[in-house]
Design a protein around this ligand. Sequence first.
Ligand code: ZN
Ligand code: ZN
Length: 646
Amino acid sequence: MIEITLPDGTIKEYSKGSTAMDVALSISEGLARNVISAKFNDTVVETVTPLNEDGSLILYTWNNPEGKKAFWHSTSHIVAQALEELYPGIKLTIGPAIDNGFYYDVDLPEGSISDKDFQAIEKKAIEIARGKHAFKMRAVSKADALAKYKSEGNEYKVELIENLEDGTITFCDHDSFTDLCRGGHIPNTGIVKAIKVLSVAGAYWRGDENKPQLTRVYGISFPKQKELTEYLELLEEAKKRDHRKLGKELELFTFSQKVGQGLPLWLPKGAALRERLEQFLKKAQKKAGYEMVVSPHIGQKELYVTSGHYEKYGADSFQPINTPKDGEEFLLKPMNCPHHCEIYNHRPFSYKELPKRYAEFGTVYRYEQSGELHGLTRVRGFTQDDAHIFCTPDQLDQEFKNVIDLSLYVLGSLGFENFTAQVSVRDLDKPEKYIGSLENWEKAENAIINAAKEKGLDFVIEKGEAAFYGPKLDFMVKDALGRSWQLGTIQVDYNLPERFDLTYKGSDNESHRPVMIHRAPFGSMERFIALLLEHTGGNFPLWLIPDQAIVLPVSEKNEKYAEKVLKSLENNEIRALLDNRNETVGKKIREAEMNKIPFMLIVGENDEAANTISVRRHGGEDLGAITIDNFANLVDTEINSTLKSF
Ligand SMILES: [Zn+2]
Ligand SMILES: [Zn+2]
């Protein structure tokens, strides 16, 4: 017999060789119907893998991320079979699951795959799926594995196998199809009811641009047709809200091949919006006791060798800048922290002067692969709303709570209501992985967990997810389309104070190490604005939106009055435009709608006579004719309802 420990802590006995499916069946038939994957002693197993020792078992259904992973990876096998049948001579390489679906990289003997081929691939794949073929793992010797793929002339699989150790190699069979695979499949193909090929793209073998270019086929699959339909609707909506599209339409930012890939250029409206966001945070930070600092965009290479960033970013990022002086090298800064450590080091501090909270909207540069670049979310130069807090270990608790308060204020003011927090702590079984004293780690982890509890956050604790230099808390924000984004990291750091030899004089008159907190509620201005664009679809909160109102004169006769209205709006600090083109009001309204302007102020003869404006909201709601003062009050009330005081 073997002892199986389930996630809730219950331990049950099973005969040796029982499978995850047997365990599921022993719990309930309903569970057994839904289990599609499992993890045994931290290793992904098939639901039919015989379990031969004691251990802990987690059963996964479609509703777990791990279950989806198995589901999508298994579908990649099905699609690979379809591709093999439709494109004789095709060479398969790798086909993993990704966050939303899967891909398979293939080398086509000739021609290409395009949108118009997707349907045929889907049809073939679903035909195969309907056969309800079981996925069966099979161990093979290295020699046999190599022989199979050499005879097929598949140099990619041969290369993969050459890097594997004999005795660890497995194939997965289903129907007439076999693939090199280390496992992690659903029980059979029949569970997959809907398959969609989403796109194709070029991808270099092993991500190396000196290696052959392959065709990457992206797809997704679901256990119900209805779920695919819903997903496609969501994709459609996401396309409409794509920040690259909206950024262009709303004239917020642009890119120039001449300036360089991944280097956004902010247009006047976008720059003003950024400025408003910065001012908003600066104001709150000032109240929270932060001090602004400024540091240069470059630093000596040695600075980043000291901080450890050179080791992390050096070889794969922008290369050092040389100067006329021999041996002198500067790097574009990949992080602001080293600079802030040196700011802290400018003079000795006593414990009475701590915490020091240095904030900077610091622009950093990292060389992302060109294939990884994406609008404003993956760029090569971006500005962090960075701050570093240097405090005593005893102050950590309060500082953490303060940072959470600030983060909640930021999220609330920008209309994010749906978020959770993730607390990343040590793996207690691997103390050698972490630097800093045990006592400090305990203090820091307790500080974070207490702060999260006290602030009423909905949070999960992830064991073993902490960085080697300290525990952290991340805010995970759900946007309007239900997608999760990681925002606002608060990270404790015991490493940099050590590396930069930071000290303060304690009440005992001895020298002590401060603790450092890194925090950035927005993360990066670029990524945050992208997220905000997609979350709001361009309908930013009223306090932030570039143009709050547009004045639309009904005819030329009302132009003078319209100008007067514009002036009064400006006096009331309302950002407004005037559309005095010789177009119909209907057309002007349509365009103002497209430009997501919250209020359209239509002025005709009656308004002029009564000294009013006829207010129409974005989306069509008619607020009738009101005075400018009343309108200004309305704007004020609405702004104050989202932008609470901190
Ligand atoms: Zn597989
Ligand atoms: Zn930092």
